[in-house]
Design a protein around this ligand. Structure first.
Ligand SMILES: CC(C)(COP(=O)(O)OP(=O)(O)OC[C@H]1O[C@@H](n2cnc3c(N)ncnc32)[C@H](O)[C@@H]1OP(=O)(O)O)[C@@H](O)C(=O)NCCC(=O)NCCS
Length: 248
């Protein structure tokens, strides 16, 4: 219990630039208080003293403005900043290093049974007012933007924003840029080119003919009329005009 309290205080010190010292954090941070109350409530819950556990969690909510169901699994080293309006549901799991800001809900959609609250992997940031609803996983190191409503799994190290939340960055890069780097059409073309080269080499061996294509064969439309042909057509036209003028 004390080990986890120490980890919670260290997490607050690490994540809050306004935090001055550990003693002040222990005395004044409602997120740290809520987590300490939760450890006790969770102990009572696991000891099958469910009513007492519920009473403890409601008392903690009255003191801190943070409601955590006694059955929720929260590791040490989680930081709940400011705290007011945070709700963490019964089957939610929160791993160490997670930062949760005010107004966050780790809830259910109301349509699921059993595991209906999210699992938040290590080092995730859940910004102010974000709602994470459902029994899916938010991958390690992900960032959830302020006010986002997350309804499906979030990949590790992704940033998701908006309602409903969509991925706007993965490890700080735009996902469409990533897509360009692994463009499936380009990959297909590369595979086809490779096969064509191999077939050409085999045919050249058999027939002794070269199968290299000219520019005109590759781009028949773009090549257009050949400059020499166009020139000769122009010269022919001029000669005809001169002959007609002579006759007149
Ligand atoms: C999500 C957040 C953590 C930033 O993550 P990030 O990975 O650094 O993302 P970026 O700042 O590069 O933003 C990525 C894109 O999302 C947009 N974006 C960022 N936060 C957003 C939000 N909350 N809602 C909608 N769009 C948002 C950005 O404008 C940017 O858009 P672009 O792709 O058009 O350029 C941050 O924006 C956020 O919401 N912080 C709030 C923290 C908080 O709750 N503080 C309270 C302290 S009391």
């Amino acid at each position: 219990m004390f080990k986890r309290l120490r980890a919670d205080i260290e997490a607050a010190k690490r994540n809050d630039p306004a935090a001055r010292n550990k003693f002040e954090i222990w005395l004044t941070y409602s997120g740290v208080h809520a987590l300490s109350w939760h450890r006790w409530a969770n102990f009572l819950y696991r000891a099958h003293l469910k009513l007492l556990a519920r009473l403890t969690s409601q008392f903690a909510k009255f003191l801190t403005g943070i409601e955590i169901h006694p059955a929720a699994k929260i590791e040490g080293g989680v930081f709940i900043d400011h705290g007011a309006g945070v709700v963490i549901g019964e089957t939610a799991e929160v791993k160490s290093g997670v930062v949760i800001y005010q107004g966050v809900t780790l809830g259910g959609t109301g349509k699921e049974k059993g595991k209906r609250h999210p699992t938040i992997e290590k080092d995730v940031i859940i910004s102010a007012g974000a709602k994470v609803l459902g029994g899916f996983t938010v991958g390690e190191g992900a960032k959830i933007g302020a006010g986002a409503v997350v309804l499906k799994e979030v990949p590790p190290h992704a940033t998701v924003v908006g309602v409903p939340a969509r991925v706007v960055r993965i490890r700080g890069e735009k996902p469409d840029l990533l897509q360009e780097k692994v463009d499936p059409n380009a990959e297909e073309i590369r595979a086809l080119k490779c096969r064509v080269h191999k077939l050409e080499a085999a045919l050249e061996k058999l027939t002794g003919e070269s199968f290299a294509c000219t520019q005109e064969e590759i781009f028949p439309v773009a090549a257009g009329p050949q400059p020499a042909a166009a020139e000769s057509a122009g010269q022919g036209g001029e000669e005809k005009n001169r002959e007609e003028a002579d006759r007149q």
